[in-house]
Design a protein around this ligand. Structure first.
Ligand SMILES: [Zn+2]
Length: 421
């Protein structure tokens, strides 16, 4: 006896539609093409998907929750990255635990409605906030665990050495349960000192690393080369991620290719954050502005796992956005020239299997034995999902429905319209 049976469902990468998929105790235990003729087991609950497409739960791999929704507190727009950091540092002084918890929960709720079942957030740890943002995220992680699995990166936004006391706070946050050690290559005077600390802390706790790196359009910024060298030297291939890495997109082709190859050999996951990167980079160009993105196509050619994150939701870094990974993915597809049907499949994989690999999520995917984390769309292909970004979605976490959005829109009859004119 199943707990849930979804019939007549299309699966990504499967030409032979449709399928039936069954869940018991939170795990996918039945998966069969309808054409196989095998009858589906009995189920306590059944849903006819009517040919809709089921994806594994969407993954938001890079987000800042405690500094979301700050637009109403901003007196002006940030003119640069350093401006955004400075403005946010000022606003952080008035953040309370309750305030951070409420804004973070609002983002998570939107993400869950959008189909997100796993998320990695960067909690800022510094002398301004102390451990309050980190502790708010720990509480949130527990509170929302029925909806999604939340990983917390211990993130030194203000720099580790530039902001004395941060190193000790990071040590403490890792002791208290941080999932990932964070780093930021453009905040401290000495990159080597910064990397020494981050790699040492990760090694001490046996945890992965997630950097903010090379967030500029200056081709001379290439901290990612040092990160790759250290990743290989410390045997951490596959356990290190880097967000932004946009300066790579401004480099001369030969240098960019060599560096992309090195990133691939180091097994570093690159997280492209298109909304922030497009908004902040290229401002100094005057005309013929650069796109400000990491070169997604080149990195993928070199075997790098590239994933997509929203990064910020409505704050000085990115005064746009919502926590729907499909919105971010659509933006990337447009700006990274990923317009074909095959590209749509590739972009959806970046949001799902690619991100699962980056976040080290094991029991993932629409396969027997995997956790039943799923989202159903009223669309017949990955391309239709990416292009249409349908609001209508049904979401399950470990086989339990966590969100359902229904949309009804009625167009007036042509005759009535003509009459009203
Ligand atoms: Zn970020």
């Amino acid at each position: 006896m199943l707990d849930l049976l979804i019939t007549d469902v299309r699966l990504p990468d499967e030409e032979a539609a449709p399928f039936d998929i069954g869940v018991r105790e939170g795990v996918i235990v039945h998966l069969a093409a309808r054409s196989s003729g095998s009858s589906a087991p009995d189920s306590a609950e059944a849903l006819d998907a009517k040919g809709g497409m089921l994806l594994p739960g969407l993954i938001e791999p890079h987000i800042h929750l405690e500094k979301a929704y700050l637009l109403s507190r901003m007196e002006q727009e940030a003119a640069s990255l350093q401006d955004a950091i400075k403005m946010t540092a000022e606003m952080k002084r008035s953040f309370t635990r309750e305030d951070m918890a409420a804004r973070s929960l609002a983002v998570v709720r939107e993400a869950v409605r959008s189909g997100v079942t796993h998320m990695r957030c960067h909690a800022e740890v510094d002398p301004i906030l102390g451990l309050s943002a980190f502790e708010a995220m720990l509480e949130l992680k527990e509170k929302v665990k029925r909806w999604l699995d939340l990983q917390i990166v211990v993130f030194p936004q203000e720099g580790i050495y530039k902001s004395p006391g941060t190193a000790e706070l990071m040590e403490e946050a890792m002791r208290l349960g941080g999932d990932v050690v964070g780093g930021i290559t453009y905040q401290d005077g000495s990159l080597h000192e910064h990397l020494d600390f981050v790699f040492r802390l990760a090694e001490k706790h046996g945890k992965p690393i997630d950097f903010h790196a090379d967030f500029s359009d200056n081709p001379e910024h290439k901290a990612i080369a040092d990160i790759a060298g250290r990743t290989i030297a410390s045997g951490m291939q596959g356990l290190v991620s880097a967000g932004h890495v946009t300066s790579l997109g401004s480099m001369e082709q030969g240098r960019a290719e060599a560096l992309a190859g090195l990133i691939g050999r180091a097994g570093i996951h690159i997280m492209t954050l298109p909304a922030t990167d497009l908004f902040i980079n290229g401002r100094g160009d005057g005309v013929s502005r650069c796109r400000g993105l990491t070169p997604v196509g080149l990195l993928q050619e070199k075997g790098v796992n590239v994933v997509i994150g929203v990064n910020n939701v409505r704050n000085p870094f990115t005064p746009f956005g919502k926590a729907d990974p499909l919105e971010t993915a659509w933006l990337l597809a447009v700006t990274a020239y990923m317009g074909s049907a095959a590209d749509s499949g590739k972009v959806i994989r970046m949001l799902t299997h690619g991100a699962a690999q980056a976040l080290g999520i094991g029991d993932y995917g629409l396969k027997l034995g995997a956790s039943a984390d799923m989202v159903l769309f009223p669309a017949s292909s990955e391309r239709a999902i990416l292009l249409g970004k349908p609001e209508q979605r049904t979401v399950w976490k470990r086989g339990v429905k966590t969100a359902e959005t229904r949309v009804e829109s009625v167009l007036s009859e042509q005759k009535a319209l003509i009459k009203s004119i």
